[in-house]
Design a protein around this ligand. Structure first.
Ligand code: NAP
Length: 371
């Protein structure tokens, strides 16, 4: 069978837009016939790509089942509602999904091929049909330090994250900018005037952040000028679900047995795009920094070790520096006072690329080569 008929759902959201852009740039649409679906704009013109016509109904099982593969970036509720119904109706195609719903299921593989290509190849050979993108921070962490994992040098990892507004979707990005506008308006006049009283500026901004009309419908709190140390829903052990994913997903992606502990706190910050994380890594034994750096660098073709100095850090190790790039810089690498096995590092990556869209488009490419 050659895989040439693909349905795309969720293509106009944050992840879907980036995915479509990447597929066009890499020529993935050549030889593909595409149907574009929507949950809200059925019948309207779709993208003039892959021979797709008007937008089809994303809940029309028959229209979906006409495709050999479906790529969805629509979200978990959509997956929960549609995939079981499609499978019950006998659809046996490939489901490629950005949402977390199916990630931990036995009949799914989490795709991040620069890190777990053998796991994906085994899944294809064994007839697995669900190919799911990993959590964005987990995928970016593994892209950054897979070299250490490959050597068996990781005893545990603690990841403290600084996650961008776009991680929550298109509408949340807009809300962050609206919050920034409100703060800008409140500080206007005072911020430009170096002679104005700084405490007055502070009071104006603080009053704006806590005012009833401050825009926070999506985040539930101020993100601009503040931060939110809670992402996703709570779990029974005091962790958030975002934090829970670090251990669960990294071990499934790497097919680790026994599992290697990964834990930490996940924090939303006022960056627009790109997730950052501060890592504390306990190595299995003391290893020199130069060895650690060269093994990290050899991990894959996208990771970049950034020298641990101010100029390189400011130039290369920030959300702004990696926005729109597939590079995954990792810097601030140094030994901690806790002992020679304890390593600190800071890494940033575009969560919409390696953290979401890129593994999905590469999964489709791999399937087209294999089936
Ligand atoms: P999103 O931006 O909120 O888009 C999801 C859907 O919302 C769109 O497909 C669209 O569907 C609808 N929508 C309604 N109003 C819209 C508007 N004004 N602009 C664009 N779309 C609008 O969600 P997302 O961030 O892409 O996330 C999709 C899935 O990927 C989720 O399961 C998420 O957990 C996962 N994920 C996200 C990220 C990330 O960094 N954002 C990373 C990894 C995984 P219709 O066309 O049908 O209306």
């Amino acid at each position: 069978m050659s895989l040439s008929k693909v349905g795309l759902v969720g293509w106009r959201g944050m992840v879907g837009s980036v995915l479509l852009e990447r597929m066009q740039r890499e020529g993935d649409l050549n030889g593909l016939s595409c149907d574009f679906f929507s949950t809200s704009q059925v019948g309207q013109p779709g993208p003039a790509l892959g021979g797709g016509g008007a937008l089809k109904d994303a809940f029309d099982l028959e229209a979906l089942a006409a495709n050999q593969a479906i790529i969805t970036c629509q979200g978990g509720d959509y997956t929960s509602q549609v995939l079981p119904a499609l499978r019950s109706a006998g659809w046996d195609g490939y489901w490629i999904d950005a949402a977390s719903t199916k990630r931990m299921d036995e009949d799914s593989v989490i795709v991040l091929d620069p890190v777990n290509r053998p796991v994906i190849e085994r899944a294809i050979a064994s007839g697995i049909k669900n190919f799911i993108g990993g959590n964005c921070t987990v995928s970016l962490m593994l892209m950054a330090i897979c070299g250490l994992y490959q050597r068996g040098w990781v005893e545990w990892v603690s990841s403290m994250t600084y996650q961008a507004a776009s991680g929550a979707g298109a509408a949340h990005m807009r809300e962050l900018v609206l919050q920034m506008q409100q703060i800008g308006a409140a500080g206007a006049g005072l911020a430009e005037d170096p002679a104005s009283a700084i405490l007055e500026l502070d009071r104006q901004v603080s009053a704006t952040l806590s005012a009833d009309d401050f825009r926070k419908e999506k985040f539930g709190a101020a993100l601009a000028g503040s931060l939110i140390p809670w992402i996703d829903r709570d779990m029974p052990d005091g962790a958030t679900r975002e934090e829970w994913k670090g251990h669960a997903e990294s071990n499934k992606i790497l097919d680790n047995d026994p599992p290697i502990p990964v834990d930490g706190l996940c924090v939303r910050v006022g960056a627009m795009r790109c997730h950052s994380q501060a890592l504390t890594i306990k190595l299995t034994r003391p290893i020199s920094l130069s060895e650690v750096e060269s093994v990290i660098q050899e991990g894959n073709n996208w990771v970049d070790v950034v020298p641990n100095n101010r100029d390189a850090t400011l130039a290369k190790l920030s959300p702004q520096a990696v926005n729109g790039s597939l590079r995954v810089p990792i810097g601030r690498i140094r030994k901690l006072k806790m002992g020679p096995e304890y390593l600190a590092a800071f890494t940033v990556g575009d969560q919409l690329l390696w953290g979401a869209a890129e593994p999905l488009r590469r999964a489709l490419t791999l399937l087209r080569e294999r089936v």
